[in-house]
Design a protein around this ligand. Structure first.
Ligand code: AMP
Length: 425
C-alpha cells in the first residue's frame, strides 16, 4: 500500500519519500486514517516501527490545512519523557513538514539547557510544541506559552509519562488544556495498570495494536552469555575486540551512573572509544555524545536506562545488557534500540549466578527461553548460593542470600580452589 492511498497531501507523501519511507509501516497504515478522521488513538507497536511518523504525518496535514490566523496559537502539543526524544521528534516533524505550502512553526523545549532561547523561540507563538513535561510547565509559568488552543495532544512513550515520576506534572499539564481535544497515545508497551489510566483520558479511541503482526517484529537476535559479574568488563572488552570492524556501534546498558563512568573509563584506557551517557552529564554534552555516536565518532556508549527509550540510532547493530534491566518492560525498550526500521539487530545479555532468576522472569514475560552461552576463557565459576545453609551459620531456607552470605560463599569457593577472588575487571 503506497502512502498516497492513506489520504495524505502530496507535500507530505513527497517528504516521506525523501526520508526514505517507501511504504507505510503497519502502525502508520492503521493509525494515519484514524487520526485524519479526528479520532482518539491508543497505538502500541514495537519500538522502531515508525510511530513518530504515524502521528506526525496526519497532524501536519491537519495543521497545514488550517491557515494560522494572526499570531500563532499552539494547536498541537507532543509530550515526551526524555530530552533526546524531544529533539528527535522535533527533527522528524520538521523534515516531514518541509514541503507544506503553509509553513508550520515547530518548537522543541526540554530542560537541562537555558530556558531563554526557548522563550525567544516561542515569541509570536508556535503551531506545534514538542516538550518534556517539566520544561513545558516552566515555560507556562513564565507565560511564554498558552495551551488553551491545543486541539491535539500526543503522548509519545505514553506509559512512561503515566509513571509516578511524571504523574503530577502530567496532571498539571492536562488541567491547562481544553477538555475538547484529540488525544493520541503511543507506546511500545502498555502495562495493564497504565492502560486503565490511558483509557480514562481517551474518548471512543481507535485501538491500534500491531505488536507481533507479520512485518512488525523487529529482526532482533537475542543471546545470553553466562559470566561471573566480576568479569563482565573483561568479557565486554573481549567481545568488542573480537568483533572489531563488524560491530560499528555498540550500546551497552548498565544499572548506575557510576557503572557507566567506570566501565567507559576502563574500556577507554584499553584503546576502545567508549563514552558514558547518563542523567548526571550536562545536557549539551549528552546531545553531543548522541550526535557523535550517530556519526560513528564513538564506537561504544555505556548508558543507563536514560538511553533505553525512543532514541533512534540507525544502524546500531548491537545492544549489550551488562547489567540486566529492572523490568521486562525496560528489557523490551532497551533491545528495541537495535533492529530498527527493518534492520537486523543483536541483543546480548550478561547473566550471572545471582541474576539468572531475574533473567528467567524477563524471558517468561516474553514467552522466550533462550539458550545460555559461554565464552571460552570466561566460563562462570560463581554458583548461586544454596537456600539451605549447611554450615549452620544463619542462612534461612526460602530467604534471599544476604551480601554477607554471598561474600562468604565466594570466599569459600575461592579457598576450595586455592585462589583469591579476582579484582574487578
Ligand atoms: P520510530 O518508531 O518513529 O522511532 O521510527 C523508527 C525508524 O523508522 C526511524 O529511523 C524512521 O526514520 C524509520 N521509518 C519510519 N517510517 C518509515 C517507513 N514508512 N518506512 C521506512 N522507515 C521508516
Amino acid at each position: 500500500m503506497p502512502f498516497d492511498s492513506l489520504g495524505l497531501a502530496p507535500a507530505l507523501v513527497q517528504a516521506a519519500a525523501e526520508s526514505g519511507y517507501a511504504a507505510p509501516t503497519a502502525i502508520q497504515a492503521a493509525a494515519i486514517p484514524a487520526i485524519l478522521q479526528g479520532r482518539d488513538v491508543r497505538g502500541s507497536a514495537q519500538t522502531g516501527s515508525g510511530k513518530t511518523a504515524a502521528f506526525s504525518l496526519p497532524l501536519l496535514q491537519r495543521l497545514g490545512a488550517e491557515r494560522a490566523q494572526g499570531s500563532r496559537r499552539v494547536r498541537a502539543l507532543v509530550l515526551v519523557p526524555t530530552r533526546e526524544l524531544a529533539a528527535q521528534v522535533g527533527e522528524t516533524m520538521r523534515s516531514l513538514a518541509q514541503h507544506l505550502p503553509e509553513r508550520l512553526k515547530i518548537v522543541v523545549a526540554f530542560g537541562g539547557v537555558s530556558i531563554n532561547p526557548q522563550m525567544m523561540g516561542l515569541r509570536g507563538g508556535a503551531d506545534i510544541v514538542v516538550a518534556t513535561p517539566g520544561r513545558l510547565l516552566d515555560l507556562c509559568d513564565h507565560n511564554a506559552l498558552k495551551l488553551d488552543a491545543v486541539s491535539t495532544l500526543v503522548l509519545d512513550e505514553a506509559d512512561r509519562l503515566f509513571d509516578l515520576g511524571f504523574a503530577e506534572e502530567l496532571g498539571r499539564i492536562l488541567a491547562l488544556l481544553p477538555k475538547q481535544r484529540q488525544n493520541l497515545l503511543f507506546s511500545a508497551t502498555f502495562p495493564s495498570a497504565i492502560q486503565a489510566l490511558a483509557d480514562g483520558m481517551l474518548r471512543d479511541p481507535a485501538v491500534v495494536d500491531v505488536q507481533g503482526e507479520p512485518g512488525t517484529e523487529p529482526n532482533i537476535v537475542q543471546r545470553v552469555i553466562e559470566v561471573d559479574a566480576i568479569r563482565r568488563t573483561q568479557l565486554l572488552r573481549h567481545l568488542l575486540k573480537q568483533h572489531e570492524g563488524e560491530w560499528d556501534r555498540v550500546l551497552v546498558f548498565v544499572a548506575t551512573q557510576h557503572a557507566a563512568q567506570t566501565v567507559a573509563e576502563k574500556l577507554y584506557k584499553n584503546g576502545i572509544y567508549a563514552v558514558p551517557f547518563h542523567g548526571d552529564i550536562a545536557q549539551g554534552t549528552r546531545t553531543d555524545i548522541l550526535s557523535q555516536f550517530k556519526q560513528s565518532r564513538w564506537d561504544v556508549v555505556i548508558a543507563t536506562d536514560l538511553a533505553a527509550r525512543g532514541i533512534d540510532i540507525a544502524q546500531l547493530p548491537v545492544v549489550i545488557n551488562y547489567d540486566l534491566p529492572r523490568s521486562p518492560t525496560d528489557y523490551i525498550h532497551r533491545i528495541g534500540r537495535t533492529g530498527r526500521a527493518g534492520e537486523s539487530g543483536l541483543a546480548i545479555s550478561f547473566v550471572s549466578a545471582s541474576t539468572e532468576a531475574h533473567f528467567r522472569l524477563i524471558e517468561k514475560r516474553q514467552g522466550l527461553s533462550l539458550p545460555r552461552e559461554r565464552v571460552e576463557g570466561f566460563e562462570p565459576t560463581e554458583v548461586a548460593v544454596p537456600v539451605v545453609d549447611a554450615s549452620g551459620t544463619g542462612g534461612v531456607k526460602g530467604k534471599r542470600p544476604s551480601k554477607k552470605d554471598k561474600l562468604r560463599a565466594a570466599a569459600a569457593l575461592a579457598a576450595a580452589r586455592g585462589e583469591t577472588p579476582e579484582k574487578n575487571g
